[in-house]
Design a protein around this ligand. Structure first.
Ligand code: ACO
Length: 405
């Protein structure tokens, strides 16, 4: 706590808390995390139970409305989402403006932000019906946009949504079907992808969610707010970690695999190196991330289904986890695997290219961002987000004319 008299000659105090280590910026009823116990609840329900008993759209309903749907509510919600999976045909021309080798997250920031240019009819944030239709549009269109970003990169024609398929099967078909070959739905792989979506759906006030809330606090429209969340998620310390983690595993594998883990860990522990064990550590979890456990199980299921039980990267990841969890550096700092440690291996096995991992995270997190944005808009205590600063620059001085400087 800083006494601001010395700084500004005014009375009062504020907290100086870089990284918001101990500052709550809002009240929320959506997601609860007990980082010491390694517990994650969406609206009170343990993530382990949701991952086994619910699908992603049920989880979306829960996050948005506070309760799990009954059969009628679920069917109405699924119908609403399904009716909005198409994007405007002009959007496909918008894609043509990007370089083919652009990162999918760069494309997603642009295309999601651009949705606000297509939906002028529903941008009144004080109108609950507008908020609801925007939420449905975002949840419905994100899989279409992510799949389009992928198809554009590989130079294949876009695949339009097929609304007789489930949300997740439809996404996988838009990713993998080609004009020459229809996508054969594999229930184990679809279930694995659906679980990835559930595990990433919300995580209380992480950096991207806080970004969405901050952007939304000025009254910005939801499409613009979600685009700002996507931009923040892209960073390697946040959503970009799954991509960075797989690259790290591939790198160790290329250098010799399991035999090289010791050397790699020594680099991570060296204070003069900036190497981190990607997919390890978390600001809130000081215990095993419950999502990482579920992801490891999913990894077994997917590799078993595809006959890849001997996948060298999976073996490497398990050996790396074991060594790190017995090493005093990681034990003393309470560093455990986070959700990103195994999710890259699962996605790679399914056929998702590494550079699309973070875009898939964004697809899944969109519902969490919207639920949090909605909660903020509906909160009577809501104010524009405006952090203070601890000013350490020059105090007042006079400008010298150019010739005297
Ligand atoms: N590898 C090696 N050392 C680490 C790691 C890691 N992955 N994570 C933290 N540490 C060390 C830090 O160097 C620091 O050591 P010190 O006390 O000797 O200085 C100590 O552990 C505490 O770490 P902080 O950086 O203070 O922890 P913070 O809460 O700020 O960071 C973060 C959390 C960003 C997730 C960090 O653990 C990290 O960079 N991990 C790797 C990237 C990653 O996997 N991100 C995904 C997060 S989950 C998600 O976004 C879905």
């Amino acid at each position: 706590v800083i006494d601001i008299r010395a700084l500004y000659g005014k009375t009062g105090k504020f907290t100086y808390d870089p990284g918001f280590m101990s500052t709550a910026a809002c009240r929320s009823t959506i997601t609860y995390i007990d980082g010491d116990k390694g517990e994650l609840l969406y609206r009170g329900y343990p993530i382990e139970q949701l991952a086994v008993n619910c699908d992603f759209l049920e989880t979306c309903y829960l996050l948005l409305k506070g309760e799990l749907p009954n059969a009628t509510q679920k069917s109405e919600f699924v119908n609403k989402v399904t009716r909005h999976t198409m994007v405007h045909e002009q959007m496909s021309r918008f894609f043509q403006g990007f370089r083919r080798d652009a990162h999918p997250m760069a494309v997603l920031v642009g295309t999601v932000g651009a949705l606000s240019a297509f939906y002028h009819d529903s941008l009144d944030i004080n109108n609950p019906e507008h908020r609801e239709i925007s939420a449905i549009r975002l949840i419905a269109k994100l899989p279409t946009l992510v799949a389009m970003a992928y198809k554009y990169t590989v130079g294949q024609p876009f695949v339009y949504p097929r609304n007789d398929l489930s949300y997740t099967a439809n996404f996988m078909r838009m990713m993998f079907a080609t004009p020459c070959e229809e996508y054969k739905v594999n229930d184990v792989l679809v279930r694995a992808m659906d679980r990835i979506f559930i595990l990433h759906a919300d995580h209380e006030q992480n950096a991207s969610t806080s970004t969405v809330r901050l952007a939304g606090s000025s009254g910005a429209n939801p499409f613009a707010c979600i685009a700002s969340g996507i931009a923040c998620l892209w960073g390697p310390a946040h959503g970009g970690a799954n991509e960075a983690c797989l690259e790290m595993l591939e790198d160790i594998q290329a250098q010799g695999g399991v035999a090289k883990i010791g050397e790699f860990i020594a680099k991570v522990k060296d204070k003069n190196s900036s190497v981190k064990l990607m997919g390890f550590g978390h600001r809130v979890y000081k215990n095993y991330d419950p999502r990482a456990k579920l992801m490891r199980e999913t990894c077994h299921e997917v590799l078993g289904e595809l006959g890849l039980q001997d996948d060298p990267l999976f073996k490497l990841a398990m050996a790396l986890e074991k060594i790190a969890l017995e090493d005093d550096y990681f034990v003393s700092r309470k560093l455990y695997p986070n959700v990103d440690f195994y999710s890259g291996i699962v996605q790679r096995a399914i056929g998702i290219p590494t550079e699309l991992f973070t875009a898939i995270f964004a697809l899944a997190r969109t519902v969490g961002w919207i639920a949090q944005w909605n909660e903020m808009i509906s909160d009577p205590e809501q104010k524009i987000g405006r952090p203070r600063q601890l000013f350490t620059g020059e105090t007042q001085r006079d400008v010298k004319p150019l010739h005297q400087r």
